[in-house]
Write a protein that binds this ligand. Structure first.
Ligand SMILES: NC(=O)c1ccc[n+]([C@@H]2O[C@H](COP(=O)([O-])OP(=O)(O)OC[C@H]3O[C@@H](n4cnc5c(N)ncnc54)[C@H](OP(=O)(O)O)[C@@H]3O)[C@@H](O)[C@H]2O)c1
Length: 229
């Protein structure tokens, strides 16, 4: 945040040194309005890093469809492509289907990296199992996104996730993640958060949950009933 395009090139050595030889496969611009420079200027600075083999691929985050197009056009002048756009996507939040981001990703060959894929834990069902648990969240998490309201809104979806989870003998979080990374074919990958080891273990194991087309459609329907679209 609060960077200029020049700081992208100026700070890369420090970042590479911190990684002690581990390569930067994907380097992302966190937010289109996170710096003092224009999007083209920031993307040109990223392109130079790729051209100099300091990073392997270039991504962005929270970019709109038009901003993805703009970034892709700048990269094309370097013979490069935009690898990814990290945006909020989950079964309760499907804006990408209506705001043009999904269409742009498919058109440009950009992978969408879904952040907050469990809607901050709501899609795990734990706040439906124990409504009092909302009170124990930090004030920021509880109030910022209208958390309690979202829990109520998610009820039809969580009920559906619960039924599918029971049929597969897996957790709701695994069903929610499996749905997310298969519903949009190969366009969406997810970066679930975890504050406890078992949450990370469960998230990794979601990759082996195989939902049927009927189950995927049932979750999509329930997600609409929960107001995701
Ligand atoms: N690019 C951006 O602008 C942006 C914005 C937001 C987030 N992100 C990134 O997105 C990633 C994930 O987002 P997120 O953490 O906000 O959202 P998330 O994946 O939707 O929610 C993660 C939270 O859900 C709960 N959880 C996870 N697995 C669970 C399980 N099996 N059972 C019960 N609860 C479970 C945990 O809550 P508890 O900790 O309360 O147990 C965990 O912290 C992070 O890497 C974050 O940095 C990026």
């Amino acid at each position: 945040m609060l960077r200029t395009a020049a700081s992208i090139g100026n700070t890369i050595d420090t970042r590479l040194a911190a990684l002690q030889g581990y390569p930067i496969d994907l380097y992302q611009i966190h937010h289109p309005y996170g710096g003092f420079s224009s999007i083209p200027a920031q993307v040109r600075a990223m392109a130079q890093l790729a051209k100099d083999s300091r990073i392997r691929s270039i991504g962005v985050s929270n970019f709109s469809a038009a901003q993805m197009e703009q970034a892709s056009a700048v990269l094309a002048t370097y013979g490069l492509t935009l690898a990814s756009n990290q945006v909020k996507i989950n079964a309760l939040h499907r804006n990408i289907e209506t705001n043009g981001v999904l269409a742009a990703a498919n058109r440009l060959g950009v992978t969408l990296i879904a952040y907050t894929p469990l809607e901050s834990g709501i899609l795990t069902g734990r706040f439906h199992d124990d409504p009092q648990a909302v009170e124990s969240l930090t004030r920021v998490r509880r109030i910022a996104g209208g958390f309690a309201k979202k829990v109520t809104q998610a009820t039809p979806l969580v009920d559906e996730l619960r039924a599918v989870a029971k049929a597969h003998d897996v957790s709701l979080s695994q069903v929610a993640l499996s749905w997310l990374v298969t519903y949009y074919d190969d366009t969406v990958v997810a970066i679930p958060g975890a504050s406890k080891p078992h949450q990370a273990t469960q998230a990794a194991a979601a990759m082996s949950v195989q939902l049927s087309a009927t189950e995927r459609a049932g979750i999509a329907d329930a997600s609409r009933r929960s107001g995701a679209l």
